[in-house]
Design a protein. Structure first.
Length: 418
């Protein structure tokens, strides 16, 4: 709490300066959220900027301060990001900046400094390249917030031990987005290195391609590959159907248990897009992410179905539907609302870099519908939500089920979102 106040007090001082000089403004907004540990979390969001720059100027501040009404062991949480452009390396749409980040929320420390550089082609924000490097200290200090504890646990003899390693990380990221005669494509490469105690590294590659035949028919393709070294912390390992547990921290709905009701998540019918994204295996993966006994330190030790390496392809074929036609006929709203109907196919396999990774391929096929609301930010990147209802009706490895069966998923996020 003391650390949080040390960050908040300067913000209040900045607000007072703004009232006197009008050279800087801090725009407050109330914020309310929920999870099963904090209860209703009440707070304040703060946006700081030079007046008239609209999130594109110097001294950019993005901060939040919250108090959990259920008064857990650490009831006060915060997030702080301060971004300063480097003028000599910046141009319109092609900014270089230094970013300071500090947060203590949902049982996780994250403090670091980043360098980011963007190259944009002219005035078209859809065509760009971005590079970033982030040096951070990170640590999980409270496992009560974790939706699935086995994803953050390590098995040692007959005990399941929480992964609470202090981590000193260097993370690199490169992203490219452009188009050519067949349509738009996006490529993102990321790698991270952890230095404290046991060294480990991870690598991910994601490539997506969108081909539009007309307003209602199109093809969306995605390829994904990920690898984590042998002694990587368990939260960095890969599953068949969803993103690694560490990436759940980047989304407000999955950062802590209970925002999406825990009972729904444990049912296996809620799918979070990302990772290998072979979505038909979500129910079986979620079952492996849960303790098989009410006592996590009992003889019944679970082992999540995860991989040190994985590769997958995802394909979605859009087809005409009357609701999409209706949305397209609504003035202005059609720019932000989109309803899709599609057939999908996913297939993945381990890359075999670890002896413990399962062999063979796993595939599925099905049909789905999605509703998205997107109001792009000043760089043209997606900002909104995507809700999906999907029916994976075929699995190549059905286990004890029939290969052909109606399975139901409600999903958050899109596998191809641009």
């Amino acid at each position: 709490m003391i650390l949080s106040l040390l960050f908040i007090l300067p913000l209040l001082s900045v607000s007072a300066v703004q009232a006197q000089t009008s050279r800087y403004e801090v725009l407050p907004a109330p914020d309310i959220w929920y999870n099963d540990v904090d209860g209703i979390r009440i707070g304040l969001r703060l946006k700081g900027q030079v007046p008239g720059t609209f999130e594109d100027g110097p001294h950019r501040l993005d901060a939040g301060f919250w108090v959990g009404t259920w008064l857990p062991s650490l009831p006060v949480s915060y997030y702080l990001s301060f971004t300063e452009p480097i003028e000599t390396w910046s141009d319109y749409g092609s900014e270089a900046n230094i970013q300071l980040i500090s947060s203590i929320r949902t049982g996780y420390h994250n403090h670091g400094i980043a360098f980011n550089k963007r190259w944009q082609q002219g005035f078209d924000e859809r065509r760009y390249r971005e590079f970033g490097i982030y040096n951070s200290f990170e640590k999980r200090f409270d496992h009560d917030y974790v939706p699935f504890e086995p994803l953050w646990s390590e098995i040692s003899t007959l005990e399941q031990v929480f992964s609470d390693r202090s981590k000193l990380l260097t993370t690199f990221r490169f992203e490219l987005q452009d188009d050519y005669k067949l349509g738009w494509f996006n490529i993102e490469v990321g790698t991270r290195f952890q230095y404290l105690n046991d060294f480990f590294s991870t690598f991910t590659l994601r490539a997506t391609h969108r081909i539009e035949f007309n307003d209602y028919f199109g093809l969306r393709l995605r390829g994904y590959a990920g690898a984590a070294s042998e002694n990587s912390a368990p939260e960095y390992l890969f599953s068949r159907s969803t993103m690694p547990a560490i990436d759940w921290l980047g989304h407000g709905f999955t950062r802590a248990k209970g925002t999406i009701p825990t009972r729904w998540m444990k049912s296996g019918n809620i799918h979070v897009a990302g990772g290998a994204n072979v979505r038909g295996y979500n129910s079986r993966d979620i079952a492996s992410f849960q303790y098989c006994d009410s006592d996590p330190f009992s003889i019944c030790i679970t082992s999540p179905y995860t991989f040190n390496s994985v590769a997958s392809i995802n394909a979605e074929l859009d087809y005409w539907n009357p609701i999409a036609v209706l949305f397209n006929d609504i003035p202005y709203a059609s720019e932000f609302l989109n309803f899709r109907s599609y057939l999908f196919f996913d297939s993945g396999t381990s890359l075999g870099i670890s002896d413990g990774d399962p062999d063979g391929t796993f595939s599925n096929a099905g049909a789905g519908f999605s509703l998205s609301l997107n109001i792009p930010d000043y760089l043209g990147k997606p900002r909104g939500f995507n809700l999906r209802y999907e029916i994976p009706f075929w699995l190549s490895d059905p286990g004890e089920e029939d290969a052909f069966k109606l399975r139901h998923l409600v999903g958050f996020g899109a596998v191809v979102s641009f």
